[in-house]
Structures are given as structure tokens and as C-alpha cells.
Design a protein. Structure first.
Length: 318
């Protein structure tokens, strides 16, 4: 009997397009009894007919389970609430080296925390811990360098940022770091004043014999005599000892009351005392150059951050 004659000429379904579905007993399949009929269970169900649900994030690399396993036995990241941070970051923030280089120094035992050498990678340090590198105490606060063009009558010694005439108040919005002035600039003087939290640099720049340039423009109550100009050039002896200026001259195309003077000394009120010693009154004093820094593009009462190269130049001062 031809295949098409089976079942009144209808063609059974197979590889070709058929007109009816084969029974379960077709082509040698044993018919199922009522008790053996397949239950209408969803795909992926187990023997009891329940689907096993597998969460997709179980296999995700960022799942909580995998993260917990990966972090098992490891220290957690710095917690901003308790103020801790990784030791290599602490060293890097202090300006010693990069984090990668810090790991090398830590492994070599060159870093101590509270007097004990630490070689553990990922070690956490707190705010009260004392970290030393080659015997030097480190400060993890990021170094900040702010240059201010100070107006006259603003006090550089005032620590009250809310005082209306505080020089520190003029740079209060520059940074959240605890900065302070590098040296002093008289209240009656104007010009360049540097602020920083770099204690090492502040100490270097405020030494009496630091040897870097400070140039001022001074305005006197009367014309400076040529004889007095020569006396200043040769050096004077004041109440606290001899004083020499690096250079002094009259300002070109200006009255003889306008003087340009360059000094290396860091003594307080030194320029005012020089002119008072010779019988002149200092009416105005403006610092126009400080350690190679100038007032270019910096209006009075404004501030700016130092460039990376300017910071490097300052640190090279002996």
C-alpha cells in the first residue's frame, strides 16, 4: 500500500510536509497507556514538575556571591567614614612616589607604621597612625600651592578666614586643605603672597638665608638722594646686624620717589627699616616678584594655583 493511500489518502508528517500528525505507535513506537501519558510540564522542569529557577546574576562576575568569594581574606577598600586608606595611597599622597613605587618600598620594609615595619600589601592606616619612610614622618594630605596678589591693609598673620581684612580669607575658596602663608607680608604692603600646606617647602622658603629673589617696588615720601642710594648698595648696619640688598635702583621713567629693590633677606620689615634708618618714610610697598613667581595676569585680590613646573622650581631652591 502506498504511503499516500494510508489513512484515506492523507500524507503522514515526516521530513516532507504532511497533512496529519503520526500517532505515538507509528513506526515502532509503543502506544502509551493512560497512566504513562506525559504530563504537560514546562521546559526545564524536574521530575516532580517544578521548574528550577536559576538566577542570571549567579554567573555574573559582579554578583554579591562572587564578590564575597573574591574578597574573602582580603582587606576592604578605604572607608571614608572611619578615615582609613591603603598604605600605598597614603605614601603617594605624601608626595614621596607613585602607588606602584610605594608597593616596592613597602615590600622592602622601608615603611614603618607606628614604629613597626609593614610589608603587607593593602595594609590600612588610620588618621592617628604615624607613617615614616626612611625615618621621615609622612603627611598624606595632598600638597596645595596658592599664589595671592594681596591688597594693602590685609593681614597675612590672621588665621581667621571670616575676618573682613584677613589675607587667608581671600583664598578660603581655593582649597579645603589647611594652608598657611609662606612667610609674612606686612599689612601695609601689597603684592605676592604664597600659601601652602607643604611644611617642608614652607620651612625652606622662610629660612633667613634661603637665597631666592624677592623684588619690591617702594614709594617714598621724598626723592631718594644719590648718596643714600649708594649707602644702601654698600650695605647698612641696623639694630639687629648688617643688611645688604642684592640690587637697588630708581625706576625708569618714574619719579625719584619710586624705587626698585631686590633683597635676599627674610627679616621682618627689612625694607621699611632700611629707609627709616636713612630718614625716609615708606608710603607704599608692593612685592612684584617672589622666588621667580610674578604678578602677570593676576589682578589685585585674586589668586591662582601654581603650575607643576612652578612647584618644581620652588623645590629646587636650596
Amino acid at each position: 500500500m502506498a504511503r499516500n493511500d494510508f489513512n484515506k489518502g492523507k500524507k503522514a508528517s515526516g521530513r516532507g510536509a504532511g497533512t496529519f500528525r503520526k500517532s505515538s505507535s507509528a513506526r515502532g513506537n509503543a502506544p502509551l497507556g493512560k497512566s504513562e501519558e506525559r504530563p504537560n510540564t514546562p521546559s526545564g522542569a524536574n521530575k516532580k514538575g517544578f521548574r528550577k529557577v536559576v538566577k542570571r546574576d549567579t554567573f555574573a562576575s559582579g554578583s554579591s556571591a562572587s564578590q564575597a568569594k573574591n574578597k574573602e581574606g582580603q582587606k576592604q577598600n578605604p572607608n571614608p567614614k572611619d578615615g582609613t586608606m591603603r598604605l600605598n595611597r597614603y605614601i603617594s599622597n605624601s608626595g614621596v612616589c607613585s602607588r606602584r613605587e610605594a608597593d616596592i618600598f613597602i615590600a622592602a620594609g622601608s615603611v614603618k607604621v607606628n614604629g613597626k615595619a609593614v610589608v603587607e600589601m593593602g595594609y590600612q592606616v588610620g588618621q592617628t597612625d604615624i607613617v615614616t619612610f626612611d625615618g621621615r614622618v609622612l603627611n598624606p594630605e595632598k600638597r596645595v600651592y596658592v599664589l595671592l596678589n594681596k591688597p594693602k591693609d590685609f593681614d597675612s598673620a590672621s588665621k581667621d578666614v571670616n575676618h573682613p581684612k584677613s589675607a587667608l580669607g581671600l583664598v578660603a575658596n581655593a582649597t579645603k586643605a589647611a594652608i598657611k602663608p609662606v612667610g609674612r607680608l606686612d599689612k601695609t604692603a601689597s603684592g605676592l603672597l604664597l600659601f601652602s600646606n607643604d611644611g617642608e617647602l614652607i620651612t625652606k622658603l622662610t629660612k633667613p638665608k634661603n637665597g631666592f629673589r624677592k623684588i619690591y617696588q617702594a614709594s617714598l615720601n621724598k626723592a631718594l638722594k644719590e648718596a643714600d642710594l649708594e649707602k644702601i648698595r654698600k650695605g647698612l648696619v641696623l639694630e639687629d646686624g648688617p643688611v645688604r640688598v642684592h640690587e637697588i635702583s630708581l625706576i625708569k621713567d618714574a619719579p625719584a620717589t619710586e624705587i626698585g629693590i631686590e633683597i635676599l633677606s627674610s627679616k621682618n620689615n627689612i625694607i621699611k627699616r632700611i629707609f627709616e634708618h636713612l630718614g625716609y618714610e615708606l608710603l607704599k610697598l608692593d612685592r612684584v616678584v617672589y622666588a621667580g613667581l610674578t604678578k602677570k595676569d593676576l589682578p589685585r585680590g585674586q589668586w591662582r594655583m601654581l603650575t607643576e613646573q612652578e612647584v618644581i622650581n620652588l623645590k629646587m631652591i636650596q
